[in-house]
Design a protein around this ligand. Structure first.
Ligand code: ATP
Length: 290
């Protein structure tokens, strides 16, 4: 059976189109049979994959984490394999799975790699593969979405600065597998994968196939402490901070009387309350052979 490539032409600010040209050249050189479809709007990859998945051995996403997340939502529950060619701006999932950034190397893994069964999180009927979170980080994503088009390259920088000045505590009732905790937080991240936000290692201990979420609670810290704290997330150094707690669990609920946004894999879903469930080994991903 042949493979279906799903290319998001806007991923990585257009990088995915250039990556696809290299992949196409290689496929033609190899005289491979394949189908390619380009996404035309947000959410289309889910529809295409649901419609087409049973005709193919593998669906290969050419794009960033948003594209992969949509393909995963189209594939979940089917036996069709997922391949990933990183072509976005962040590529957090590829980093966690050891998929190379070089398109031809990544193609090799997608066509002849080994299969790894990976867990998914489910929130509000939607699957995520990396991280769902609530608090400061979700506020930054929400704020960045409002940035006018001409300021887009700086949208996250502006959003971080704006959100830094909202130094209020966020009061969240966190329930992990039935045990309740009342927390005053900066953010709570429910991690399936290690990375989010373009290389931030929010949960260094997270494994994509252990059947558990790693829940990172960053308790409330003041303005200056946030500025010292944020850069440490890139290396995982934040875990040593006295205000950071780590839990493991499979069913997580977050409730609040405040209007606190929730994001999963970089998309704003809405505001608390939300319930997050673990779906073990729900997708089969082609990764490089060891
Ligand atoms: N033709 C299109 N026009 C506009 N948006 C699209 C189109 N096709 C897909 N999308 C949307 O583009 C969004 C961004 O894609 P993606 O996340 O893959 O790239 P990225 O943001 O550059 O990378 P990363 O998430 O790894 O930083 C996705 O949410 C997807 O729904």
């Amino acid at each position: 059976m042949r493979c279906l490539f799903i290319v998001n032409p806007v991923a990585g600010g257009g990088r995915a189109k250039r990556v696809w040209e290299r992949i196409k050249g290689q496929l033609e050189y190899d005289r491979a049979f394949y189908t390619v479809l380009f996404t035309g709007y947000e959410g289309e990859a889910i529809k295409i994959v649901k419609r087409e998945r049973d005709k193919y051995k593998a669906v290969i996403a050419v794009g960033g984490d948003g594209t992969v997340c949509e393909v995963v939502n189209g594939l979940a529950g089917s036996d069709t394999l997922l391949g990933v060619i990183p072509a976005g701006s962040g590529n957090d999932l590829s980093k966690a799975l050891g998929i190379p950034i070089d398109p031809v190397q990544a193609l090799k893994a997608a066509l002849s790699g080994e299969v790894r069964e990976v867990d998914l999180g489910r929130i509000d009927g939607r699957f995520f593969i990396n991280v769902a979170s609530s608090g400061f980080d979700a506020e930054v994503v929400e704020e960045a979405r409002k940035t006018p088009a001409f300021l887009k390259p700086f949208s996250y920088l502006f959003a971080v600065i704006k959100c830094l000045f909202r130094t209020q505590k966020r009061s969240i009732n966190l329930i992990i597998d039935g045990i309740q905790y009342q927390k005053e937080v900066l953010l709570i991240a429910v991690a399936n994968g290690k990375y989010y936000g373009g290389g931030m290692m929010i949960a260094p201990m997270a494994r994509l196939d252990d059947g558990f979420f790693d829940i990172i609670v960053v308790n409330h810290v003041g303005f200056l402490e946030i500025i010292r704290f944020l850069p440490k997330i890139f290396s995982g150094g934040h875990m040593k901070h006295a205000k950071v707690e780590h839990f493991k669990g499979r069913e997580i609920q977050m409730l609040s009387e405040e209007r606190i946004p929730v994001q999963s894999d970089g998309e704003i879903l809405g505001h608390l309350p939300y319930k997050i469930e673990m779906v073990p080994r729900a997708v089969k991903i082609l990764v490089p052979r060891e």
